[in-house]
Design a protein around this ligand. Structure first.
Ligand code: EPZ
Length: 417
């Protein structure tokens, strides 16, 4: 198993290129199933979740070539395929194949993606939006089987689920008639999926809002798309600058939407400047406490930045409270930070933090993607050496995190057990 070895206390300084967005890449890979012709996706992140989904798509006859951020896909020989547990459990993105395969083949079968440490992550909303599109969908023992060409209708989402919104869009774009989606998720990644689909010939209106109108078309054509930068990875590196008293510049940040993130990082004392294709950040002498932060669907503070914010505020000058309203168990980082000397507790949906001057380097273990990244941040700020086990979680969403942080002056190394 791989782990990350860090000797903390180094002030980060320099610039790195921001990777492409994982949570835009995954729905867009699913959407490529609907496109007939040459599909080219630029700025595609070289991360485990992307490779897992490309591996699954190859079993459905979809050829792919990813080289240096450029992904070429050929779906001319795509065929229906039943995606079992070996695919579904590895990446949440697989659930989006439901809508994509329904849209192209009018049938889809996928194993339950299963929960993870951050929550049960049921798929009831996915099933309800597909049934609302008059698809016959049965929930079997180990997976979901759906059949029929989606028929447009009015759908109200009871919660702005990102994945359920994306599945509804993927099923409706080649469906029959008009679909009106009320209460849709408005995350930037959902808007980017819709823009990708419209470039391929789809007819989606209301992009970026919670009310989407989709007029079904017969089929979609080839498309060339450049993925936006990953806003969560950007926020993670900005936290790294703040925690090490450093100054960092992120390049290729065009189109990156940091709404809900920058306001809270600035409240913690980070000075952030966005211009052209760059985001520059300079740390304060000491991280400032932020009395109350609440995660919620976009444009609020994103749940995917919660663990990183807990790590940041654990070395703040004062007390902070974070309320996690999206995932019921996204608190795996708390006991690990306690091992490093953080004064932090989790009760119910709250994380209560009394900032300390210094964390101590310790062996800690990641149990989820963003928690793992947050432990790396804590190691960068800690005194002495840390060992962050569970690198495989971090690799799901961060492209070469050790190389990038090393470039910024961190003493960090990926090590095999
Ligand atoms: C997407 O997950 C992201 N993943 C998550 O990022 C992100 O945390 C989440 O949206 C919220 O922004 C990808 O885009 C691949 P949801 P998704 O459906 O679609 C409940 C990361 O670290 N729910 O908006 O699965 C669910 O349990 C990952 O990059 C149901 O109850 O999130 C959760 O409590 C983690 N029933 C809440 O809604 C459903 O059918 C939000 O989930 C679906 C969801």
């Amino acid at each position: 198993m791989s782990y990350v070895k860090i000797v903390g206390g180094k002030r980060l300084k320099g610039e790195v290129k921001l990777q492409g967005s994982k949570n835009a890449a995954l729905p867009i890979l699913a959407a490529s199933v609907l496109c007939r012709g040459q599909i080219r996706i630029e700025n595609c992140p070289d991360i485990a979740d992307v490779h897992e989904l490309l591996y699954a798509l190859s079993f459905a006859g979809i050829k792919n070539e990813l080289h240096d951020g450029r992904l070429d896909l050929d779906t001319s020989e795509a065929v229906p395929f039943s995606f079992g547990q070996e695919f579904a459990k590895k990446t949440r993105g697989g659930i989006l194949l439901l809508g994509a395969f329904l849209g192209r083949f009018h049938e889809a079968e996928i194993a339950y993606p299963g929960g993870c440490v951050i929550g049960a992550r049921p798929i009831d909303l996915h099933c309800s939006v597909l049934r609302a599109l008059h698809v016959s969908l049965s929930e079997e023992k180990d997976g979901v089987y759906a059949k029929g060409r989606p028929q447009g209708d009015r759908i109200l989402l009871s919660y702005p689920s990102v994945g359920a919104t994306e599945n509804a869009v993927l099923a409706a774009v080649c469906g029959k008639g008009r679909t009106e989606l009320f209460g849709a998720a408005t995350e930037p990644e959902v808007a980017e999926l819709c823009r990708f689909l419209n470039k391929a010939g789809a007819r989606i209106r209301g992009i970026g809002t919670s009310y989407l109108v989709i007029d079904g078309v017969s089929q979609l054509h080839g498309v060339h798309h450049r993925l936006s930068g990953d806003r969560i990875v950007a926020g993670t590196y900005l936290c790294a600058a703040a925690m090490t008293g450093g100054e960092v510049i992120l390049r290729e940040t065009d189109g990156v939407c940091l709404e809900g993130i920058t306001n809270n990082l600035c409240a913690a004392g980070l000075r952030i400047q966005k211009e052209n294709n760059l985001i520059a950040a300079r740390a304060n002498d000491r991280v400032l406490a932020v009395p109350c932060i609440r995660t919620a669907p976009f444009p609020a503070f994103p749940t995917d930045m919660q663990s990183q914010m807990v790590a940041l505020l654990s070395v703040a000058d004062g007390d902070s409270v974070i309320c996690e309203t999206v995932f019921e168990s996204r608190f795996g980082i708390v006991p690990e930070l306690q091992k490093m000397g953080a004064d932090v507790i989790n009760t119910d949906r709250y994380v209560i933090i009394h900032g300390v001057k210094h964390l101590q380097g310790r062996p800690v273990t990641a149990t989820d993607l963003r928690g793992g990244a947050a432990l790396v941040l804590a190691g960068l700020a800690a005194e002495g050496e840390s060992k962050v086990c569970g690198y495989e979680y971090i690799a799901r969403g961060y492209e070469n995190i050790c190389g990038s942080l090393c470039k910024l002056g961190a003493e960090i190394m990926l090590t095999e057990e």
